[in-house]
Ligand binder design. Structure first.
Ligand SMILES: CC(C)(COP(=O)(O)OP(=O)(O)OC[C@H]1O[C@@H](n2cnc3c(N)ncnc32)[C@H](O)[C@@H]1OP(=O)(O)O)[C@@H](O)C(=O)NCCC(=O)NCCS
Length: 278
């Protein structure tokens, strides 16, 4: 069975079957959501002798600072045969020397532990039809001249160059900012994703400012489906639940090798772009 499997470069021609694979896992990704990850990543698909896609994975580089491994799925009929491990090994080759990060599902955790990933925390997925939320003070839409300041804040918060990711967010969604004098002290993005829209990243100096950014988008969307993926340590969970975004699951953040972040950044990541991209 395994001998009939080929690993080939993930191309646009594989998107439809990839969507079918993620649907069968009840993941909400639309074709556009896969396409965004594909544009930012190097990917591998496993195909069987009929050319059918039976497995996927992407390696998304953030400069040379680190890479995330994501969208690791093996068709249910092909599990337990070593295909997940093979896809991961190919992703390691694509990543070169970059340290690796991922967010593991319960099903993926044993495979990643075997491959040397170490758990560093947990992510909570909150989503639902948002309640009425008051419009916050001091948050506004980003202006064209703010792009460099937004990039700089992102780089400080995550210690990596995520320029390509920010360009993709600007193409697909909207960014809001909080100013302090002439500087930008916090920002957040919203874009269509899955069943509705996702708010993330949210980068702010404190939880209060992070909630204001989320409220800025939520206040014009009463009754609409919103999703926020937040670290368990951010403290945002009770408020997210209060505004109608229930805790529905999550994942385990993992690194390989276990690297420490350089110092405590002044601005923190309060919500992820996605579980795939971090
Ligand atoms: C996670 C997943 C990709 C694993 O794929 P797979 O092809 O079945 O994995 P492999 O057969 O290559 O297993 C690799 C190793 O992990 C172990 N492993 C895999 N799944 C395991 C499980 N649920 N429990 C215990 N061990 C497991 C295997 O025993 C194997 O060990 P070995 O190489 O030492 O023999 C697959 O279960 C899947 O697609 N799940 C649904 C989607 C998902 O959650 N993906 C993870 C996203 S983060």
């Amino acid at each position: 069975m395994q001998n009939q499997i080929d690993l080939v470069t993930f191309g646009p021609e594989h998107l439809d079957e990839a969507v079918a694979l993620s649907r069968s896992e009840s993941w909400p990704h639309r074709r556009e959501d896969w396409a965004m990850v594909q544009k930012l990543s190097a990917g591998v698909v496993a195909t069987n002798s009929d050319g059918r896609v039976t497995g996927t994975t992407f390696m998304t580089p953030f400069g040379n600072d680190y890479a995330t491994i994501n969208m690791v799925i093996v068709d249910k009929s092909m599990r337990g045969l070593g295909l997940g491990r093979k896809l991961m090994e190919r992703a390691f080759e694509l990543a070169g020397k970059r340290p690796l990060r991922l967010i593991a599902t319960k099903e993926g955790l044993p495979l990643y532990e075997k491959l040397g990933f170490i758990a560093t925390g947990t992510i909570r997925q909150h989503q639902g039809e948002v309640h009425a939320v008051e419009r916050p003070q001091g948050v506004e839409d980003m202006q064209a001249g703010d792009v460099e300041a937004v990039r700089a804040l992102d780089r400080e918060a995550c210690g990596a160059d995520r320029s390509a990711l920010l360009d993709a967010l600007l193409e697909r969604g909207r960014i809001a900012v909080v100013r302090k004098g002439d500087a930008i002290e916090a920002w957040a993005a919203i874009r269509p994703f899955g069943r509705g829209e996702v708010i993330g990243p949210v980068i702010a100096p404190d939880a209060k400012t992070a909630c204001a950014l989320i409220a800025y988008f939520a206040c014009s969307r009463e009754g609409s489906f919103l999703r926020v993926d937040t670290g368990s340590e951010t403290g945002l969970a009770p408020w997210l639940s209060e505004i109608g975004l229930a805790h529905v699951g999550g994942g385990v953040t993992m690194r390989r090798p276990l690297t420490e972040d350089a110092g405590e950044p002044q601005h923190k990541i309060f919500a992820l772009v996605s579980q795939a991209l971090g």
